[in-house]
Design a protein around this ligand. Structure first.
Ligand code: CA
Length: 526
């Protein structure tokens, strides 16, 4: 009798435990998965969901699939337009001045908590693939598989969680290999109880825009429209536009950037001169033959009949945009592979998918390539998010959002409280069209990295939905003397191209005074 009673008791406990386990499973499985895809230097002008004329000639149908089911942010910005600070901001949700990575090469305070660490504590499996490129080790990631340094386009080397710090070279194209690794990890994760956060960090379309060999001839029959400011005369601007080294006209390297190996580069630009042979030496004989054949044909006419003056600038512009768009073509294709995988495995609805870049990029606007400046094309970044089970898609937001908001958004989606030391805010209330939402009405910006590639001087500023105030104030690191102290102010409603600095126009005096007060906390960090 007693034994029967005990048996009944244990059976009942066993059944209850099973029920509890099943309930936990259901509860756990309700947590959304997250896929965060961040490319490097991808301009909104080259994503067709943003509608720019360049993207209409070189569309991105797969990134657009995220837009069709999700929300496109038309006013998304970064807080410091350069690669490594933006990566640190993604991880910490902080301004550069607070996480420490103000400059390209150094600064990140490794004691700061990464969003990945909070996610792990909340039961997420986390992984990062591709361009890590920070001076600290990945923290809070269950698995990582990352490039050496900036990563190489061809036959890149990777190290992962189990190679003990050793890099191993793989044959293939960077964008494809990163996706291969990410999908292999996803395949092991997809049926697990725990939700996942998969972070894919592409190298492309970073300089020097080396396309997958299968796309070397893509867009060669396309003439891309020139931006109205390709020949900007900088008439109303200050000294900083006379001293930078980022013009399409004068600073793209013939070999490194434009792929005309027969022409020598400007000898003073060490970075360009030294990087080209390193990049090309990664190709094996067979790959090199494919490369030579493609570019030999492309450049024959140019070498026989070299244009001059404005025609030469236009030629450089076409070469630059074509190769850039070829690398974007691969990014888009690989985004498509991820989306297809989610669909085939029933993971679409409960996964938040984000496509963004670490900053924007000039497609010849103001005669520039690259980033760093607070002008719109560099300051803005693409941001497209979908989360079908929770967010109604197919619309655009014009809220002022910034990359400081990325980490808080990830935590919010995962149901993790947002730490007080994060500077950004969750974007989920925007996505859910919260009617009571009070949102910010201005954004701060600061660029610190000088001396550096591009020679862009430090500057900081503030932008509202209509106005932008920028302060250029540089102490020369060699002479310790003030190089210049110069203000710019743009009325973006009247002057969306930012060609008319109206800082000295009396009618703007009141708003400029107000914005100068707002900017003070950033002045101290410069
Ligand atoms: Ca970048």
């Amino acid at each position: 009798m007693r034994n029967n009673f005990l048996l009944l008791l244990f059976s009942s406990l066993f059944i209850n435990t099973q029920i509890a386990d099943a309930q936990t499973k259901v509860k756990k499985s309700k947590k959304p998965n997250i896929i965060w895809i961040m490319s490097d230097d991808h301009s909104f002008q080259t994503i067709s969901a943003y509608g720019h004329p360049i993207s209409q000639l070189a569309p991105t149908p797969n990134i657009d699939r995220i837009a069709e089911k999700g929300v496109v942010f038309d006013q998304a910005f970064v807080e410091n337009s350069i690669c490594t600070p933006s990566r640190a901001t993604l991880l910490t949700g902080m301004y550069s001045k607070n996480h420490g990575q103000t400059h390209f090469g150094y600064g990140l305070d490794s004691s700061k908590m990464f969003y990945s660490e909070y996610l792990q504590k909340a039961g997420y499996h986390t992984a990062v693939f591709g361009k890590w490129h920070l001076p600290v080790e990945p923290k809070g990631f269950t698995y990582y598989d990352i490039f050496e340094d900036q990563g190489d386009y061809y036959n890149p080397t990777f190290r992962n969680s189990s190679t003990n710090g050793k890099y191993i070279q793989e044959k293939g194209y960077a964008t494809t290999l990163v996706t291969d690794h990410a999908l292999a990890w996803l395949d092991k994760e997809k049926d697990k109880e725990e939700p996942f956060c998969l972070v894919i960090l592409h190298k492309a379309p970073h300089r020097n825009w080396m396309p997958d060999l299968k796309y070397l001839n893509a867009y060669e029959d396309v003439t891309f429209p020139e931006p109205p400011t390709l020949f900007d005369d900088y008439k109303t601007r200050g000294e900083q536009m006379k001293v930078h080294e980022l013009s399409v006209a004068n600073h793209l390297g013939y070999a490194f950037d434009l792929k005309v190996e027969a022409l020598k580069d400007v000898p003073t630009q060490d970075y360009i001169r030294d990087s080209w042979p390193l990049a090309m030496n990664r190709l094996d004989g067979e790959q090199r033959a494919i490369w030579d054949k493609a570019y030999e044909n492309i450049h024959r006419d140019f070498l026989l009949n070299k244009p001059t003056g404005k025609e030469l600038v236009s030629w450089k512009y076409q070469r630059y945009i074509r190769d850039y768009c070829k690398t974007v073509k691969s990014v888009d294709e690989e985004v498509g592979r991820i989306l297809n995988y989610l669909k085939q495995n029933g993971l679409e609805d409960n996964t938040m998918i984000v496509y963004t870049s670490d900053q924007g990029f000039f497609m010849g606007e103001h005669g520039l390539y690259d980033k760093r400046f607070m002008y719109e094309e560099s300051f803005r970044t693409p941001l497209i998010m979908s989360y079908p089970s929770q967010i109604e898609g197919g619309w655009r937001s014009d809220k002022l959002v910034q990359n400081i908001d990325f980490a808080p958004t990830i935590l919010d989606v995962a149901g993790v409280a947002i730490p007080k030391d994060m500077d950004g805010k969750s974007l989920i209330p925007i996505l859910k069209k919260d009617k009571n939402l009070k949102w910010r009405d201005m954004l701060y910006y600061a660029y610190y990295d000088y001396p550096a590639v591009g020679a862009v001087r430090p500057h900081y500023g503030v932008r509202t939905d209509r106005y932008k105030l920028i302060h250029w104030k540089n102490i020369d690191p060699k002479t310790k003397l003030s190089e210049f102290d110069h203000w710019e102010f743009y009325d973006l409603k009247k002057d969306p191209q930012e060609t008319n600095n109206v800082y000295n126009k009396p009618s703007y005096g009141k708003i400029i005074k107000t914005l100068k007060e707002q900017i003070k906390p950033f002045e101290k960090s410069m």
